[in-house]
Write a protein of this length. Structure first.
Ligand code: MSP
Length: 464
């Protein structure tokens, strides 16, 4: 039986065009999806948009539009961006899809029937930018800790989910399944917070209407996070993808860890649905040390990102520059430096030198001793542990070695056809391993080096 691999990205708010932060998670999922396909697994890669809630309703109103009309203009921008970045997702879910709404209602009904939902009144803080409830101690000088804006006080009828009831079960889950939350430091962070205690969660709102009405009380609109999180499961119920549940990995940014590691598993436990296997939180990109976001600091949109050094160099840079899981600072200069020094000088140089030498002298089949310098097992393990930056380090260590091999063997003098055969085979392996990161360039390399007659390659990465 072929192994399955189900990977998801957060579903993004279509309140504006996508930026580098959204691209980062989606690209990471693309890299992992491509890698797992290479391993022969049957892959389902899901992304989409989170279209309900007060935040969307407010912005649409500001623009003088109906919410649906507003998001219908923005959602295609996400699809276009992913296409430009060569991201091959399998399904794009929108929370306004009727099938999704049906599943949200079904799950909430199930939780309600179980007695885990009760009617009450929410009185407290709420940040519409985050679509999140806050307590006094979360605030910084009366402001939302993320948006740094004055926070709203809500007082309205609301249904509550008995989250507090799941505290022990959640702690058991984190303890028993050490891969449920990754990286490890995030896991510890969540364990400490959950140990402090959990309040029941307000899961419906009555002061606006843009959302999914509760099946047991139509006056109430489902809390947008309960609606949104369900997408991961509902997408498997659409198009006969049931067999992919539970997800192997929900890839997210660290900003939304709490929702994914506390609310989501508790809701699933209550609905008696199997839990996802891993929630992996990556770090934030900053720009001049400021979070990249529209509300604060600088935004780099997809066209800007691509225009610096092309799609593959952008894809490469994002995973080479930061430890996957930690924060990193974006600058055009560091992207260009890596494009020039690594893709052009190291990889590009190897490809053009070796292809030129093969065109001149040809190859002769021989056992490939050179490839023994490539630690394939380690690369597989690193992929398995989502250490994407280290995967690239390992591949580039081998590229360096191949370049040195050409030097030390002085092939331009010795015309060593056997060494050229080893280099050809090694380059094919390098291209295969790099293909999840730089799919277009890798394909070109593979085509050129698997040709009957190998010719000097055109320059793959022009220096900037
Ligand atoms: N709609 C919710 C997610 C619901 S998932 C059930 C949401 N959307 S969002 O549009 O704000 O996107 C958040 C995600 O975008 C983050 O979790 C992260 O994956 C990505 N990023 C947004 N800004 C980012 C950076 N500056 N750096 C890295 N990733 C960031 O939250």
């Amino acid at each position: 039986m072929t192994k399955k691999f189900y990977i998801t990205t957060p579903i993004y708010y279509p309140n504006d065009i996508p930026h580098i932060g959204h691209a980062y998670t989606t690209l990471a999922a693309d890299v992992l999806a491509r890698w797992n396909k290479r391993l022969g697994k049957e892959v389902f890669f899901l992304t989409g948009t989170d279209e309900h809630g007060k935040k969307i309703e407010n912005i649409a109103k500001e623009k003088g539009k109906e919410p649906k009309e507003f998001i219908d203009e923005l959602t295609p921008k996400f699809k276009e961006a992913w296409k430009k970045l060569n991201i091959n997702y399998d399904y794009f879910i929108r929370t306004t899809d009727l099938e999704h709404q049906k599943v949200v209602r079904e799950i909430l009904q199930k939780i309600y029937d179980k007695g885990d939902i009760y009617l009450g009144q929410y009185e407290g803080y709420y940040c519409t930018g985050c679509e999140a409830y806050y307590t006094e101690k979360d605030l910084i000088e009366g402001c939302c800790p993320i948006h740094k804006k004055k926070i709203e006080i809500l007082k309205e009828d609301s249904y509550f989910f008995k989250l507090s009831k799941y505290q022990k079960k959640l702690l058991d889950l984190y303890k028993k399944n050490t891969k449920f939350i990754l990286p490890e430091n995030r896991r510890k962070e969540i364990i400490n917070r959950v140990k402090e205690g959990l309040n029941d969660l307000s899961i419906s709102r009555t002061s606006f209407s843009w959302g999914i009405s509760l099946p047991f009380d139509k006056k109430h609109i489902a809390y947008v996070w309960a609606d949104a999180l369900t997408n991961y499961y509902s997408a498997t119920r659409i198009n006969g993808k049931e067999k992919f549940w539970p997800a192997d990995i929900h890839l997210i940014g660290k900003d939304i860890l709490w929702f994914h590691t506390v609310y989501w598993p508790a809701l699933l436990m209550s609905a008696e649905i199997e839990l996802p296997k891993t929630i992996f939180a990556h770090g934030w990109w900053t720009f001049d040390s400021q979070k990249i976001s529209k509300s604060q600091g600088k935004v780099i949109n997809i066209d800007e990102l691509i225009s610096i050094a092309g799609v593959d160099s952008a894809r490469y840079f994002l995973f080479r520059n930061n430890v996957f899981g930690e924060d990193g600072d974006f600058s055009e200069k560091s992207l260009i430096d890596r494009h020039n020094n690594e893709l052009a000088d190291k990889l590009g140089n190897l490809i053009s030198r070796v292809s030129a030498l093969i065109e001149k002298y040809g190859i002769e089949k021989t056992p490939n001793v050179l490839i023994k310098k490539l630690n394939l097992k380690n690369i597989e393990n690193l992929f398995e542990n989502y250490e994407l930056d280290k995967v690239l380090n390992e591949i580039f260590r081998f590229i360096d070695f191949c370049n040195e091999y050409v030097q030390s063997k002085k092939i331009w003098e010795t015309k060593d056809k056997k060494a050229l055969y080893e280099l050809k085979e090694s380059i094919l392996k390098i291209a295969e391993l790099l293909s999840p990161f730089i799919p277009e360039s890798a394909e070109k390399i593979i085509n050129q080096f698997s040709a009957e007659k190998i010719k000097k390659c055109e320059i793959l990465f022009k220096k900037i």
